[in-house]
Design a protein around this ligand. Structure first.
Ligand code: MN
Length: 227
């Protein structure tokens, strides 16, 4: 586990992303950090980050997580990220790697549930519990074959296990805001001088602009009663 690939892809003069250092390994009893970022780059995707041995193991999830245990979501393994990345929210400048807008969608801790006898993480099937604000309970990441049938370790599926947190609710549509700042993607882009129009393609459709935001239904009903 190393940040070499992470650093090679980025110019830290241009991007505000952390350069990072290999952090200290969590000791027994320490909780391990978890984060999920929503990232409008060349395509919208979600980035799952799981702290392990001083870095964040990372997977890009094109369609985002689903709380429905019957739904398997593609998760493409990406380069390890520095621990500080779990707090990153902002704009990655045009021309830079991952150019676009990043929103901190969920954050918390996680626990691996099926470690090997020597304490290492299983290679092909990682069962784990998430303690986030939006994602909770038991999940599994299963390595699978790529589109071309290859098993190069990059293609995984993220699946919710059946438990009290499993649900038919569309968590992505229902909870689109930043867990850190309550902003929508378009607002993160606007505040960071990014591409607002592009970022807004990742926000829920038909959101009224903030200045003319519609009143909640209850309010509207009340004002009707008041005449
Ligand atoms: Mn990404």
């Amino acid at each position: 586990m190393t940040l070499t690939a992470y650093r090679k892809k980025r110019n830290f003069v241009a991007t505000a992303e952390p350069k990072g250092r290999e952090g200290p390994e969590a000791r027994d009893g320490d909780s391990l950090g978890y984060a999920m970022q929503k990232h409008v780059a060349s395509r919208l995707h979600y980035d799952l980050r799981l702290e392990w041995r001083g870095v964040l193991l990372s997977w890009a999830i094109p369609r985002g997580p689903s709380l429905n245990p019957a739904v398997k979501r593609l998760a493409v393994r990406t380069e390890d990220h520095p621990l500080e990345y779990a707090d990153f929210e902002g704009v990655i400048p045009a021309e830079e790697y991952g150019a676009g807008t990043v929103l901190l969608w969920d954050k918390g801790t996680w626990q691996p549930e099926n470690l090997n006898a020597d304490g290492s993480l299983p290679e092909r099937e990682i069962e784990f519990t998430l303690h986030g604000k939006k994602l909770r309970g038991s999940w599994v990441l299963v390595q699978t074959r790529g589109i071309n049938g290859s098993r190069d370790g990059s293609t995984w599926l993220l699946i919710k296990h059946r438990d009290q947190y499993a649900s038919a609710a569309d968590v992505i549509m229902e909870e689109p805001r930043s867990v850190a700042t309550q902003r929508f993607l378009s607002q993160v882009a606007e505040d960071g001088g990014g591409d607002v129009a592009r970022a807004s393609t990742g926000d829920p459709p038909r959101r009224a602009p903030s200045k003319t935001r519609a009143k909640p239904a209850q309010e509207r009903a009340k004002s009707r009663l008041r005449g």
